[in-house]
Design a protein around this ligand. Structure first.
Ligand code: IMP
Ligand code: MG
Length: 172
């Protein structure tokens, strides 16, 4: 499939890294019956590949944020499971400024989980404003806009099997 920029990670590289993370998490969370909290929409392929081979009890739930009319972040889709006393692993596609995840952590803390950890496929540390404890990271990326494997540009390119740079079209 035609990509809108240079490929940063091929399907094979992604599958290899996701499999490593999956084994790591499976070991760390054995016996804890964790809630894998998938951040919509960008993390859906990642969360699917990450959890599919885990041979242990776990719950999958979903959360999404959006912006209200005045531009403030808000949770537009809440988890359906109670998180009280649960071991929650947040599954994110990419962390950039960290503002979204920082906001989400505050929201989730109110539900009194046993603990919350973060697993992100991509980490773009260049523009971080909110420091976050990342327990699991797939890859660090340079400060470019990336698409594919769930990540979008204006809702397109989520379905690319690789992760690539989005090169903005040059004005003619
Ligand atoms: P943050 O609040 O600045 O950390 O932004 C996090 C969210 O912005 C991610 O969950 C993505 O949905 C989106 N985002 C940030 N960088 C990129 C990118 O390079 N490609 C696609 N989406 C991105
Ligand atoms: Mg996202």
């Amino acid at each position: 499939m035609k990509t809108p920029g240079n490929i940063l990670f091929t399907t094979e590289q992604i599958q290899q890294r996701v499999s490593e993370l999956s084994q790591h998490i499976e070991k760390d969370y054995a016996g804890l019956d964790p809630v894998m909290l998938v951040i919509l929409k960008g993390s859906f392929y990642f969360a699917s590949d990450l959890t599919k081979s885990m041979d242990m009890p776990l719950a999958l739930d979903f959360i999404a944020t959006g912006h209200n009319p005045s531009g403030a972040l808000e949770v537009i889709r809440r988890p359906l499971n109670s998180l009280k006393g649960r071991h929650v692993l947040l599954i994110e596609d990419i962390i950039d400024s960290g503002l979204t995840l920082g906001f989400m952590l505050n929201f989730l803390q109110e539900q009194e989980p046993a603990d919350i950890a973060i697993c992100t496929l991509l980490d773009n540390p260049a523009r971080r404003l909110v420091q976050l404890p990342l327990r699991y990271t797939g890859f660090q990326v340079p400060d470019v806009f990336v698409v594919g494997y769930g990540l979008d540009f204006e809702e397109n390119y989520r379905h690319l099997p690789c992760i690539c740079e989005y090169s903005y079209p040059q004005p003619k």
